[in-house]
Design a protein around this ligand. Structure first.
Ligand code: GDP
Ligand code: IMO
Ligand code: MG
Length: 447
């Protein structure tokens, strides 16, 4: 294939998700003609606020909010047709143009009601490791995909195949769920009727999206790959088993959309100015007392999808360096700087110590995390509001130093800083604006 003339970038959560990816995709999408999701499903919740109007996107890429931008749900996503149609309905009700602008891969795997049933039952089963999932059926759907017994979007248009698939799967899942968890059985006939109806509504959106994306590459269009979840939730590289079931890291963009690895030019890591995590699992810099509650309140740290309170802690640089290594960040974006505005001092974890010895390695096992002792450096706070500051040089000196410190420690240049949830509350750092052809005068949108 000829080398792409357009720009391509993948947006990655550098921590445990909810870093503000949606907002950053939205700002950048002013100069991207295509935005593609490549992993996860409606476990994601990407918030975009445009002139005070809030959108929470779960499956649909945030590019949909830009008129003329094509949105693609790639093969690596697991698609709940009902959730998708509901989201499309909500977008239409908000006068967002979806028809002819939004496409779903024919190779994406389908989430069915028994996936949710199995997940709910197994999460609560005695002796199981509780992950604290979003209960959307994500894990069991990826299990069926890897087990080569999944239903793909393309199969929904062959009525006999889908009926047979649902019947066989229900027999198997009902037996397992009854034997293991004593769950009530699911009726395959009703399920088939509902999904056959949904298939007809879904049909106009379905394409060979790998072909569509590669065509867009050849045409020199700018394409952004919108990551969901975060590096530490990646099935391979995250804090296993407390992870999601997909490849959330930059490599996933290739597998999850069908573009070749050499088509991706930039990898933009999104990090909060501190850390959060939802659900169970290790979190070395977690704050359990008043400081954690303070960050939660100031940062409004409640899940966009589940409303669950997010666990909060200080910035973890060993983790961020690991994330930069796995993903190959060419740029870093720091969000929620404003949440630290009131602090006199800001502790940052600069290293780990295990059994008295300094280490930068991220443990492969949960028990390894328990042994971590975080080494903190205390940075001076700025105690001045940064909300809406539009230029890096206008930030308080201590805030500039905080950001420069992160940059040095991760060896990734900071391209953007976010100091509020609204699209406008963002500053572009020199070099980044030019690299991606973006400005902060807003651009056209549905907001
Ligand atoms: P995503 O999943 O990575 O897209 O992030 P979420 O939307 O789940 O969570 C990020 C939350 O932080 C949302 O409520 C955003 O509106 C909000 N947010 C994003 N950037 C900023 C920021 O710079 N400052 C503040 N205070 N809130 C922000
Ligand atoms: P965005 O894209 C934060 C977490 C869940 C749970 C674990 C597994 O908005 O950043 P799953 O339902 O995926 O099997 O749950 O992963 N999780 C997220 N946490 N942001 C997300 O997405 C998440 N998606 C999944 O809380 O701990
Ligand atoms: Mg989110």
């Amino acid at each position: 294939m000829k080398k792409a003339a357009g720009k391509t970038a993948v947006i990655i959560g550098a921590q445990w998700g909810d870093e503000g990816k949606g907002k950053i995709v939205d700002v950048l999408s002013q100069n991207f003609q295509v935005v593609a999701r490549y992993a996860g499903g409606h476990n994601a919740g990407h918030t975009v606020i445009i002139n005070g109007k809030k959108f929470i996107l779960q499956l649909v890429p945030c590019g949909v909010l830009r008129p003329g931008c094509l949105s693609v749900i790639g093969n690596g996503v697991v698609l709940d047709p009902m959730a998708f149609l509901k989201e499309v309905g909500a977008l239409r009700a908000n006068h967002v143009a979806v028809d002819g602008h939004l496409f779903v891969s024919n190779r994406a795997h389908v989430i069915l009601p028994y996936h949710r049933m199995i997940e709910l039952a197994s999460e609560n089963a005695p002796g199981r490791v509780k992950i604290g999932t979003t209960s959307r059926g994500i894990g069991p759907t990826y299990e069926d995909k890897m087990g080569r017994r999944g239903l793909r979007v393309a199969d929904m248009f062959d009525s006999a195949t889908m009926e047979q698939h649902i019947e066989n799967a229900c027999r198997e899942k009902n037996t397992i769920a009854h034997a293991l968890f004593n769950s009530a059985p699911i009726d395959p006939h009703q399920m088939f009727e509902e999904y056959a109806t949904a298939a007809e509504e879904l049909r106009p959106f379905v394409r060979d999206t790998a072909a569509l994306l590669n065509r867009s590459l050849r045409e020199g269009k700018n394409i952004m790959f919108e990551g969901a979840q975060g590096t530490m939730l990646d099935i391979d590289h995250g804090s296993y088993p407390f992870v999601t079931s997909s490849s959330a890291t930059s490599g996933g963009a290739v597998i999850g959309t069908g573009v070749p690895p050499n088509a991706i030019q930039d990898v933009i890591g999104i990090t909060k100015a501190y850390c959060t995590r939802v659900g169970e699992g290790p979190f070395p810099t977690e704050l359990h007392g008043a400081d954690g509650e303070d960050l939660r309140a100031k940062g409004n740290e409640y899940g966009a999808v589940t409303g669950r309170p997010r666990r909060c802690g200080w910035l973890d640089l060993p983790l961020l360096r690991y994330s930069a290594m796995i993903n190959g960040f060419t740029w870093l974006v720091v969000t929620k700087l404003d949440v630290l505005d009131h602090l006199a001092e800001i502790p940052v974890c600069v290293g780990y110590r295990v059994d008295g010895k300094p280490t930068d390695e991220i443990p492969a096992r949960g028990t390894g995390y328990e042994k971590i002792e975080c080494i903190y450096k205390t940075m001076p706070g700025w105690r001045t509001p940064t909300v809406g500051i539009d230029h890096f040089d206008k930030l308080p000196q201590a805030a500039q130093e905080y950001l420069r410190f992160i940059e040095r420690e991760t060896d990734a240049p900071i391209g953007m800083v976010s100091t509020g949830p609204d699209r406008d509350q963002t500053m572009l750092v020199k070099g980044f604006a030019e690299a991606f052809g973006v400005t902060m005068d807003g651009g056209e949108s549905h907001g």
